[in-house]
Design a protein around this ligand. Structure first.
Ligand code: GAR
Length: 206
């Protein structure tokens, strides 16, 4: 199965997908293209080092956000991508794009949704004083971090945690969970009915 990974930053989730899926010839999963909305992000280097095609599509180069989405859609179709994987991609899609790829766009978010959606979930969780937080992998819908939830993992918060400490521990869970969810999708083992998502295999068994 061909996937696209969309990034805006350092790309540690991209790296784990490269290592655990793309570079494992038995996985049946190929990253056909890595798309970034910013030039010179480290995620692009990670893709290039592994011989994966990269494209930069910047919102400011388009008339509006629908046109920006269309430019990405052209690449998705050109590379025959079946699953769009958002990995630290910090742009929201407009409804025509979401409708076209309904239940074929997944995102990873560093909180237990619906708590702390948005751009600064780790800082927001610490500021609120929660004792546990974690990771959510979900399908993308028209709103911010509201799509059907596929899988979640809990991470305890320590009293002494800085934002960086906590995000580092959340990322360990992200790197463990995201490749497993992508593999289940590729195997046709994720069913969606409205908001409800069921998995044919337990993720912990993979
Ligand atoms: C990850 O922690 C991901 O969950 C988060 O950005 C980070 C990207 O890290 N995504 C969001 O906050 C989306 N709202 P990475 O570039 O090292 O994969």
């Amino acid at each position: 199965m061909k996937i696209a990974v969309l990034v805006s930053g350092s790309g540690t989730n991209l790296q784990t997908i490269i290592d655990k899926l793309h570079n494992d010839t038995t996985s049946g999963i190929e990253i056909a293209v890595v798309i970034s909305d910013r030039k010179k992000v480290y995620a692009l280097n990670r893709a290039k080092q592994n011989g994966i095609p990269t494209k930069v599509v910047r919102a400011q180069d388009y008339e509006d956000r629908v046109a920006f989405d269309q430019a990405i859609s052209l690449l998705i179709d050109e590379f025959a991508v079946e699953l769009i994987v958002l990995a630290g991609f910090m742009k929201l899609f407009q409804s025509p794009f979401v409708k076209k790829y309904r239940n074929r766009i997944i995102n990873i978010h560093p909180s237990i949704l619906p708590a702390f959606p948005g751009a600064t979930p780790v800082a927001d969780s610490l500021a609120y004083g929660v004792k546990v937080t974690g990771v959510t992998v979900h399908f993308v819908d028209e709103n911010v971090d509201t799509g059907p939830i596929i899988a979640q993992r809990v991470v305890p918060v320590n009293d002494t945690d800085t934002e960086e400490d906590l995000h580092d521990r959340i990322q360990i869970e992200e790197h463990n969970l995201y490749p497993k969810v992508i593999k289940l999708f590729a195997q046709g083992k994720i069913q969606v009915s409205g908001r409800m998502v069921s998995l044919s295999d337990s993720i912990s068994d993979l």
